[in-house]
Design a protein around this ligand. Structure first.
Ligand code: MIC
Ligand code: SF4
Length: 660
């Protein structure tokens, strides 16, 4: 039987286990990336593990999320990251050089290689044939030290693309269509592999828009085969020699197949406040628009901004709307300027931002109260824009620009009919970065010529707290009961007031779950232990391990949920919290404040492989909770988390930091 492209790459990198769906596998990681808001913990953990040199082929540290440096704590984090990159051997991309996924795609991503990144949108370079996965920072630290990365072998699902996109329909609409069909949970435990005749009609930037937002489906990763378009794209960055032809075998067998006929795609939009609340733009046309932002790791490339620039050439935006362009990388910015598009955009009324994540997580350009914001981003979770009860819609640059011109949501096809002289911008390969773009040398510091050779820690940068080994008895109150689809933005928000404490866990913990219940952190600290209760898909969204580490710091011992998002589940193991699954009836019956006691000897049960745990509530009734965990995950839990476990392993082996 032939292999899928995913299986081929995994096979080449397999160091443990077998490629059987659902089995745990260990893979070798070629490249890692980390960014400013998860990176500080990555390096603090790298240091705590006693490691002194990066072992992967390549490691890259980006500073992209909080580049405005409103507070010295942000700047201290950036200086620490530069010093860590220099000391341990990673590339360092300076603040303002762009979003990790964009800069990595342009400078380092390589077909056929594995990439692990402490950011959930790490799968972006799947659009050029790289098998890229997002994870918590501790997994990145261990992989950087030469350890394998462990995942459950996902189902590989074929997404067969037929036909070609019609005018005004874009790659963003393709992934919105996937979200409309499958929902934000539809990709959990899956890798989406794009195939079929429609692939060749899509440029690399279009492909990476699709793979980037596969994360919103909950997928482990998404990947495209490579072809001459991949090669041409790499050549623009002087990296043509890194091209490899990659495709699945003709007789590859997939766990499932989805067909998307590109010719039937139309302009779509995700309504507030979930990326899967997708409808045709025409259904919400007429809603007035206050703010439009083009950018982010989904649609912040030169090729994504170009349609906006073409649509706005010779026009101005509506007086009621504000429009911001935030390029995903400085290279994209530079190219727009060199080709004269920046001037066109400015003349149309657009404000330019530096290349940053910024507004995507509520840092800058926070919408006004009771206003509507259209963004080309990938997430519109409630409050993420920086204001509670926001109205953020997600759409393509074409739809966003049409709205900026009209001052209201409008299908660009209808706007074109109305205006008579608005042409579909389309996208020609020749429109791409073009001649002599090369690598981003000015803003990337090579580890062979580092600026610093020792760690520089500001006063806000503390140690990573450790947890004790798991004990026999676990009990405490159900401190908080939450609904379905709780995001990591609920658990630890990423807005500026909170983000600046990412390297200071005691302080950051004060904000834990404050968006759900602002008394939670205080109640948790006062209580001697306790549990969280949630519905489906708990912990979706970001990779931030702080969403497990802060509850751990506050004494939370476990989470009872109907299901967990992949990265967050791994983070719970990594910080020694039990992720216990419950059924819907149990979820309904547990009340916030109930006294919960796990009847079994927990440490013994975890070590010996017990799956079903008996849990007593208020000394009155009992339910069964399930621990789905591999032997490796059980050892990590029992040792009080991956940091303690890995150190223990290394001490007993006297060897590498593999966590097993
Ligand atoms: C996000 O989009 O939510 C973030 C901010 O990029 C996070 C990373 C973080 O929380 O630092 C992610 O996607 O992993
Ligand atoms: Fe940055 Fe937003 Fe992309 Fe996260 S989703 S990496 S915050 S641009």
């Amino acid at each position: 039987m032939g292999q899928t492209l995913t299986e081929k790459i995994l096979d080449d990198h397999l160091v443990d286990g077998e490629l059987e769906t659902g089995e745990e596998i260990g893979i070798e990681i070629d490249q890692v990336l980390t960014q400013d808001t998860t990176g500080t913990l990555v390096w603090l953990q790298f240091e705590a593990l006693g490691l002194d040199e990066v072992q992967t082929e390549l490691a890259a540290q980006y500073c992209d999320h909080q580049t405005y440096q409103f507070d010295f704590k942000n700047t201290d984090d950036h200086r620490f990251l530069r010093s860590a990159a220099g000391t341990f051997g990673a590339y360092f991309s300076r603040p303002g050089n762009g979003i990790c996924h964009n800069v990595h795609k342009e400078n380092f991503a390589a077909p056929g290689k594995t990439l692990l990144g402490s950011d959930s949108h790490t799968p972006t370079p799947g659009g050029l044939g790289q098998l890229a996965i997002g994870s918590g920072g501790l997994d990145v630290a261990v992989a950087m030290g030469g350890g394998a990365y462990y995942i459950e072998m996902p189902e590989v699902v074929e997404v067969r693309l037929e036909g070609e996109l019609p005018e005004w329909a874009t790659a963003k609409d393709v992934i919105l269509e996937m979200l409309r069909r499958l929902s934000v949970k539809g990709g959990v435990g899956k890798i989406f592999e794009y195939t079929g005749p429609g692939v060749e009609s899509l440029s690399v930037p279009e492909r990476t828009t699709i793979t980037n937002m596969g994360t919103e489906l909950g997928a482990t990763s998404s990947i495209f085969p490579t072809d001459e378009r991949t090669e041409e794209w790499l050549e623009q960055f002087d990296r043509g020699d890194e091209h490899v032809e990659l495709a699945p075998d003709e007789d590859a067998e997939y766990a499932d197949q989805i067909t998307v006929d590109l010719s039937e795609i139309e302009p779509l939009i995700a309504c507030p406040s979930m990326p899967d609340k997708v409808v045709p733009v025409r259904e919400v046309a007429g809603e007035s628009v206050d703010q439009v932002i083009i950018g982010s790791c989904t649609n912040g490339g030169y090729e994504d901004i170009l349609p906006t620039a073409k649509m706005l050439e010779g026009r101005t935006i509506d007086r009621r709307a504000e429009m911001i362009v935030a390029p995903g990388s400085k290279q994209a910015s530079e190219m727009l300027a060199r080709k004269g598009w920046t001037a066109e955009l400015m003349a149309a009324g657009v404000n330019f931002s530096e290349a940053t994540c910024g507004a995507c997580i509520g840092i800058g350009h926070v919408p006004a109260s009771d206003s509507v914001s259209l963004r080309t981003f990938n997430r519109n979770f409630e409050g993420r824009s920086g204001i509670e009860e926001d109205n953020v819609y997600l759409c393509s640059p074409e739809v966003a620009t049409a709205a900026a011109i009209a001052g209201e949501i409008v299908d660009p096809r209808d706007l074109a009919d109305e205006l008579g002289d608005l042409e579909a911008p389309g996208f020609e390969l020749g429109d791409s970065y073009a001649e002599g773009m090369g690598r981003s040398d000015a803003d990337i510091i090579n580890p062979d010529d580092p600026v610093d050779d020792e760690l520089i820690k500001g006063p806000n940068i503390g140690d990573v707290p450790l947890k004790d080994e798991l004990g026999a008895k676990l009990d405490g109150p159900a401190l908080l009961k939450m609904e379905d689809n709780i995001t990591t933005d609920h658990i630890i928000p990423a807005t500026q007031d909170i983000l600046m404490y990412r390297s200071n866990i005691p302080k950051l913990s004060e904000f834990t779950l404050s968006r759900v219940d602002d008394t939670f952190a205080e109640r948790a600290l006062k209580s001697d232990g306790g549990f969280l209760v949630a519905g489906e898909n708990y912990g979706q969204g970001s990779s931030r391990e702080h969403a497990a580490l802060c509850p751990m710091y506050l004494g939370i011992q476990g989470v009872f949920a109907q299901s967990f998002a992949r990265i967050h589940r791994a983070n719970l193991f990594n910080f020694g919290l039990l992720p216990l699954e419950i059924d819907e009836a149990t979820y309904e019956n547990i009340e916030q404040g109930d006294d919960i006691e796990i009847v079994d000897d927990v440490a013994e049960a975890v070590r010996s492989g017990t799956e079903e745990f008996t849990v007593r509530v208020n000394d009155d009734w009992e339910f069964t909770a399930t621990l789905n965990a591999s032997e490796r995950e059980r050892r990590i839990l029992a040792d009080g988390g991956k940091l303690s476990h890995t150190k223990k392993q290394a001490e007993s082996d006297g060897a590498a930091p593999a966590d097993d």
